[in-house]
Design a protein around this ligand. Sequence first.
Ligand code: SF4
Length: 275
Amino acid sequence: MSTNNMIGNAVCWNITNICNRNCQYCFRELNENAQSLETNLGILNNLKEIGIKKITFSGGEPFIYPYIINLMAKAKEYGMTVNVVTNGSLLKEDNVEYYLQYVDKVSFSCDSPRRYINDQIGRGEDSYDHIKEIIPHIRKYYDKDRLLIDINTVVTYDPDGLYRELDYMIDAIRNELLNNSINKWKIIRFYPLRGKAKDNKNKFYVPDEKFIEIKKEYETDSEYLKIDVRNFDSLDNNVIVSPCGIIKVSRDGEEIPILDLKPAKRMEEGANRVQ
Ligand code: SF4
């Protein structure tokens, strides 16, 4: 398969490895640092050159990267669709209009509405409450035709059945979030790809049979609330750009580096494939 066929036209760009939360199943790259604005503008230009039409900025927490707005503005100038996945903590009433001005879809990472669970998993006790509070402010500036809002939930194993966070989440979405025009609820199977997620695999891994049950129980294309239950196979199709500017594709829990997009590398003919 050619490099271009492997990459397609959409990437998830992990713009920084820094986060202000400490989730126990996080798989962000811990060994790569964010690049300067100049380098990232070069990387963005190279993404345009290889035919990328959609960028999802992620991290770490993407709004921690100080030049995220510059990159989003440039991506828009290039005619790209701009999405962002965020824990929402840095979005405030007085900055949402600014931070989301170039964004087509914002996906909030949120696994439970319950404070003590959010505290236990490392999301931060007030993480759901903050998202619930900030979404109506977003809707004051951007309606559903201008900006899509998704909720992303990582589903982790619950061997004792002591709590079923998906049930708490669906109630919270229906009763507290849905009237702000939520586009979709994405339930994503825990993926022990790297970092803490790999270290904590035994604690959080959802067995195949359990995942099939969850998919059967929750997935729906209803007009009222679309619920998309995703296995990590679908993440395998997600091509990522790592914080240091390398395109990687994951296969069977391993990441394959495909292309180094840093401007200096791209300038050397033939030196852009990672060995
Ligand atoms: S899962 Fe997201 S919010 Fe949690 S530590 Fe990782 S990057 Fe931060």
